[in-house]
Design a protein around this ligand. Structure first.
Ligand code: GLC
Length: 539
């Protein structure tokens, strides 16, 4: 039997923005319960996703919107309480939907009792739970490390005269993962949620947990290789992330989860180098079940670029490891916006969805992509994200705006003004309008997801690139019982593709496509097709 996290389609819910049930303008757990039937009611009239990843739901001062946790074993009153959470898990499981929590182990909130104790004196028993160092003789920070959110990664705490490390905001101090007490405390956190029935965790910035023991300075990248995201702060992050000892911790977690049966860890491994990413799968069975591969987030709309990313990961992962793919998330501009073209409507979004859901790997959808939600421009006075406040134009609010459920007041998300502005186009772009429209993007996602569930080639088959004309990315998904050929035309011109064998149309991004069988296939501009090849069933 194939594991659920290999077969399934994951759906990321940015909890603040999915559904508000108590008229405070912020989404909550009860709201998610109300929308479970939309996500999967067991029939093709629902979206059909198999697992939900919820962004952090824990008590937090919300400096980084929940990624600054003040208590790992409770629920922020904005979102509900533990009873509501238990009900969410129960209701989701009743529908066959798994629930995955966001686990944020690299740092806590500065309001967490552990940090309050730690900062209270140099001799406090929890001092060594965080990373404290003396200033350099001239009073400057201990080394040159920078925060992912800009500025130095060190803040001086005047009361004890030492600097503490924070890879993100000063209000997000980094835990010291070289301290066994920290490892044990966080394992208790995992057990707390596993015992409540969660199916797994998305582990936040897992590659950052362990730092160089000697805290050496990071070097500069050669100018020709400098990458704006991966070399943030103009540094090669040699010493402040991806240290070998992180793998010992992941192996411990894997053992802990294995003890509970069918649970899963997916790591946010934000590394540029696919070879280093692959190491987080361990031997394929002793570290992460899945590791995010974010490279599609930076790919231009270009067949060769996507093909290269897929081939790279196919070549580097251990044989038993399962790739993942993601087009949008709460940290990057939405792909509907990135790939937008003034005269193509949602054609590219369809091609992208066809690719995401037919590659060999676990797909992660981001809420609203199934209706083609775009980034929403945020007026300066409504910017919430700390990144947007520090670097106008680079904030992550535009991709975090409320789900567009209907053309009604506040898009059916809330009965009051939501915490972030709604898209102006919500009266046309919403679930209610698209649900019963046979030509809508939502209908396309639903058809594709439900067909995928019955396709052995897609669920279990191998991957092989097929030769294709310029502008086309084509591949085969092979299984002894079924062979599917996928051809995606990224270009703005029609093109003819010849497949290895004749076959019948399985699905096209173009509703009402006329030509439905053959060996040579004429693809319209920005059309993607899947063809079931003849002779693929041996039975
Ligand atoms: C991860 C999260 C991001 C957060 C950061 C710090 O990258 O996805 O939203 O700001 O970690 O926790």
């Amino acid at each position: 039997m194939t594991h659920w996290w290999r077969r399934g389609v994951f759906y990321e819910i940015y909890v603040r923005s999915f559904q508000d049930s108590n008229a405070d303008g912020v989404g909550d757990l009860e709201g998610i319960i109300q929308r479970l039937d939309y996500l999967n009611d067991g029939t093709p009239s629902s979206l059909g996703v198999d697992a939900l990843w919820l962004t952090p739901i824990y008590p937090s001062p919300m400096r980084d919107f929940g990624y600054d946790v003040a208590d790992y074993c409770s629920v922020h009153p904005l979102f509900g309480d533990l009873r509501t959470f238990d009900r969410l898990v129960e209701e989701a499981h009743r529908r066959g939907i798994r629930v995955v929590l966001d686990f944020v182990p690299n740092h806590t909130s500065s309001d967490h009792p552990w940090f309050r104790e730690s900062r209270s004196s140099r001799t406090n028993p929890r001092r060594d739970w965080y990373i404290w160092r003396d200033p350099k003789p001239d009073g400057t920070p201990p080394n040159n490390w920078v925060s992912s959110f800009g500025g130095p990664a060190w803040t001086l705490d005047p009361s004890t005269g030492q600097y503490y490390l924070h890879s993100f905001l000063p209000e997000q101090p980094d835990l010291n993962w070289r301290n066994p007490r920290v490892i044990e405390a966080m394992e208790d956190v995992l057990r707390f949620w596993l015992d409540r029935g969660v199916d797994g965790f998305r582990v936040d910035v897992i590659h950052k947990l362990v730092k160089d023991r000697a805290l050496r300075d990071n070097p500069k990248p050669p100018p020709e290789e400098e990458h704006p995201v991966y070399h943030f702060g103009g540094q090669v992050h040699l010493y402040d992330e991806d240290q070998p000892e992180v793998h010992d911790i992941i192996r411990r977690w894997r053992k802990l989860l294995d003890h509970y049966g069918e649970r899963m860890l997916v790591g946010e491994v934000y590394l540029f180098d696919a070879e280093r990413l692959a190491r987080y799968y361990g031997n394929g069975a002793d570290e992460l079940h899945l590791a995010f591969n974010f490279r599609f987030l930076w790919s231009p709309w270009d067949a060769t670029a996507f093909r290269r990313e897929v081939e790279t990961i196919e070549a580097l992962l251990p044989r038993s490891a399962q790739p993942t793919y993601v087009l949008s998330s709460h940290d990057a501009p939405r792909h509907r916006t990135r790939f937008d073209h003034p005269s193509l409507g949602d054609a590219r979004a369809r091609v992208a969805a066809l690719m995401l859901l037919t590659l060999r790997g676990t797909p992660f959808l981001y809420y609203g992509e199934e209706i083609g939600m775009r980034d929403v421009p945020i007026p300066p006075e409504r910017i919430c994200d700390p990144v947007g406040q520090r670097f106008p134009g680079l904030g992550r609010d535009p991709e975090r705006t409320p789900m567009q459920w209907s053309a009604g007041p506040y898009a059916g998300f809330s009965t009051v003004e939501p915490w972030l502005p709604l898209a102006e186009e919500y009266d046309q772009c919403n679930v209610e309008t698209q649900l019963h429209d046979p030509c809508s993007l939502l209908t396309f996602y639903r058809q594709l997801i439900w067909k995928r569930k019955r396709s052995l080639a897609l669920l279990e088959g191998g991957y092989r690139t097929l030769p294709s004309p310029d502008g086309v990315f084509a591949y085969l998904r092979e299984h002894p019982e079924q062979n599917l050929a996928v051809a995606l035309n990224f270009g703005n011109e029609p093109v003819t593709v010849t497949l290895p064998r004749a076959g019948k149309l399985w699905l096209s991004t173009n509703v009402g496509r006329l030509e439905t069988e053959g060996l040579h296939w004429n693809l319209a501009a920005s059309e993607g097709i899947v063809v079931e090849l003849e002779g693929s069933r041996t039975a």
